[in-house]
Design a protein around this ligand. Structure first.
Ligand code: AMP
Ligand code: ZN
Length: 486
C-alpha cells in the first residue's frame, strides 16, 4: 500500500534517546555521566502490605526504561530500594505512624516479619510480571550507618539541626529547595500543607532522624538511644551507597516529586555539593474512576487478583506499559481484555512469520519502516503507544501478504528485538497450552500426503483434526503449506 509510510528519511527521527526531565520540565537528549554506563535509582515499595498494580505501573516503567537503555547499548546499574522503616502515614506533613509499625499492630505480628513477607512477595510479583532483576534491592534498615554519616555531615555543614533527639533538615539553608516541585519555601508556611510542629524552625523542615522509645524498629546512635530514620534520607543514603554521589536517572511515581524527591535533592546536594541526579522521571498514576489507586483509599488490586480473574500476567504487564507513562491510566478490566486481544494479535503475527515458506523476498521497505518507527517512538521519551502501533502496521502488511522471504525473517527479528524491550510475547507457542508443534507438523504432513495420494477422506480427516486443535492450514503460493493457530 504505497504512501502508508512516509519516507523513513523524511521523518523527524530522534536518533538519540530523548527524555522528559521533570526537573527542567522539558525533553532533553540523554547523556550519562560516564560513557556507556547508566546509574539509575528507582524508588521502590514500602513493604507494609502487598504491592498493588498502581505501584507496578511505576516499577514496570523502571523496567521498561532499563530495557530500552540496554537495547541502546548502555550498561545499566539499576538500584530499586525497599522501604522497610520510617515511611510515615502522613508523608506530606512527615507526621503520623510508621506504616510498617501500624500494619504490624493491625496484623498482630512483628514489623520485621511484615517487611520480610511483603518484600518477598514484591520480588515474586516482579518475576511474575517479567521484570529484569535489578543490580540490588537495598533495604533501608541495612543502611543506618550510611544515613547517620550523612545526617552528621549535614549537621556539621549547618544544613541540619537537633531538637532533643530529633534531627531536622533546615530547608532555608538550601536555596534551591523547591526547584523540582515548584513549591516555594516561603509559601510552605504553617497551616497550608504542613502541620505546625513547635520543634521545627520552619514548618517545611523535615525529619532526618526521629526519636521514639515506643518504636519497635529503632537504633541507638549518637542522636539518642531509640531513633529511626526519616524516609527521605534513606533514599539519599542508599543511592549514594550503591551508585555514588551522582546518578544519571532517578524515577518514582508522580506523588514522589514532593516532598520525597525534593527532600532527597536537598540532602544529597548539601552533602556532596554536586548535582544529585541529572534526569528525574515520574510515572503518572494508575487511576480508578479518575482518582489515584492507593492502599489508603482501599481501591487496590494486586497481581493475584488479576490472575484470579483469568488474565495472564503478561496482559497486565502490557496493559500497564501500553499507555504513555506521562499520561494517567484509568484501570478497568476492559484494559486487560483489550491487552489480551492485542497480544494475541502480536503472537499471531510471530506465528505467521515463522511459518512463511516463500522463497521470494518482498516487503523489506515495510519492515525497515516498522523498525525505524519503533525505535523513533521509543527514543522519543518512551512513547510505547506509538512504538506498538508500528508493530501493528507491520502486522497488517504481513496479513495482506506484502512481507515474504528474507523480509519475513527480518520482521521476526524486529519483533524479537521489540519484545526484548516490551517483554510481553510468548517465548514459544507450545507454551501456549496448545498442541506441540511436532504433532501439528505430523498432522499437516499426513494431510499433504493424503492429498498427494488423492485420498480425500484421509485429507479431510486430518484437516478436521487440525481444526479441532485450533489450527488453520493454508496452501502457500509456492505449493507448500503453512499453519497458524486460530
Ligand atoms: P509506596 O509503596 O507507597 O512507597 O509507593 C511505591 C511507588 O509506587 C512510588 O514510586 C509511588 O509513587 C508509586 N505509586 C503509588 N501509587 C501509584 C499509582 N496509583 N500509580 C502509579 N504509581 C504509584
Ligand atoms: Zn525513595
Amino acid at each position: 500500500m504505497p504512501g502508508r509510510y512516509p519516507d523513513a528519511r523524511a521523518i523527524d527521527i530522534p536518533l538519540s534517546f530523548q527524555v522528559y526531565n521533570s526537573f527542567s520540565k522539558k525533553k532533553e537528549t540523554f547523556e550519562p555521566l560516564s560513557e556507556g554506563v547508566v546509574r539509575m535509582y528507582n524508588c521502590g515499595p514500602t513493604v507494609y502490605s502487598r504491592v498493588h498494580i498502581g505501584n507496578w505501573r511505576a516499577f514496570l516503567f523502571a523496567d521498561l526504561l532499563r530495557r530500552w537503555l540496554e537495547h541502546e547499548g548502555y550498561e545499566v546499574r539499576q538500584v530499586m530500594n525497599v522501604t522497610d522503616v520510617g515511611h510515615l502515614t502522613d508523608e506530606v506533613a512527615g507526621e503520623g505512624e510508621d506504616r510498617l509499625e501500624a500494619q504490624a499492630r493491625r496484623e498482630g505480628i512483628d514489623p520485621w516479619k511484615i517487611a520480610e513477607n511483603y518484600t518477598q512477595q514484591f520480588l515474586d510479583d516482579g518475576q511474575t510480571l517479567g521484570c529484569k532483576e535489578a543490580m540490588v534491592y537495598p533495604r533501608a534498615s541495612d543502611h543506618i550507618p550510611q544515613m547517620v554519616e550523612m545526617i552528621k555531615a549535614l549537621e556539621a555543614k549547618g544544613h541540619a539541626y537537633r531538637a532533643g533527639e530529633n534531627v531536622y533538615f533546615d530547608v532555608k539553608s538550601f536555596g534551591a529547595y523547591g526547584a523540582l516541585s515548584g513549591n516555594r519555601v516561603d509559601e510552605l508556611d504553617a497551616g497550608a500543607r504542613v502541620q505546625v510542629n513547635e520543634e521545627k524552625k520552619h514548618p517545611a523542615d523535615f525529619a532526618l532522624w526521629k526519636s521514639d522509645e515506643h518504636h519497635l524498629m529503632k537504633w541507638e546512635t549518637d542522636f539518642g538511644p531509640h531513633g529511626f530514620p526519616g524516609w527521605h534520607i534513606e533514599c539519599s543514603a542508599m543511592a549514594r551507597a550503591h551508585l555514588g554521589d551522582q546518578i544519571d536517572i532517578h524515577t518514582g511515581g508522580e506523588d514522589n516529586i514532593f516532598p520525597h524527591h525534593e527532600c532527597e535533592i536537598a540532602q544529597s546536594e548539601c552533602f556532596t555539593g554536586e548535582r544529585f541526579a541529572t534526569y528525574w522521571m515520574h510515572t503518572k498514576f494508575l487511576q480508578v474512576d479518575g482518582g489515584k489507586m492507593s492502599k489508603s483509599l482501599g481501591n487496590v488490586w494486586n497481581v493475584d487478583d488479576v490472575i484470579e480473574r483469568g488474565y495472564e500476567s503478561r496482559a497486565l504487564r502490557f496493559a500497564l506499559l501500553r499507555g504513555h507513562y506521562r499520561q494517567p491510566l484509568n484501570f478497568s478490566w476492559d484494559i486487560l481484555t483489550e491487552s489480551t486481544r492485542a497480544l494475541e494479535g502480536l503472537d499471531d503475527l510471530v506465528n505467521r512469520l515463522r511459518r512463511l515458506t516463500d522463497a521470494e523476498d518482498a516487503g523489506s521497505e515495510r519492515v525497515e519502516a516498522a523498525s525505524t518507527a519503533f525505535r523513533a517512538a521509543m527514543n522519543d521519551d518512551l512513547n510505547v503507544p506509538k512504538a506498538v502501533a508500528a508493530l501493528f502496521v507491520l502486522r497488517s502488511d504481513v496479513l495482506e501478504g506484502s512481507v515474504k522471504g528474507e523480509s519475513a525473517d527480518a520482521a521476526l527479528a524486529l519483533l524479537e528485538r521489540a519484545d526484548g524491550v516490551l517483554g510481553v510475547l510468548r517465548a514459544d507457542e507450545s507454551a501456549a497450552g496448545g498442541a506441540a508443534d511436532a504433532e501439528i507438523d505430523a498432522l499437516v504432513a499426513a494431510r499433504q500426503a493424503a492429498r498427494e495420494a488423492k485420498d480425500w477422506a484421509a485429507a479431510d480427516a486430518a484437516r478436521d483434526e487440525l481444526n479441532a486443535r485450533g489450527i488453520v492450514v493454508e496452501d502457500t503460493s509456492d505449493g507448500g503449506t503453512a499453519w497458524f493457530r486460530k
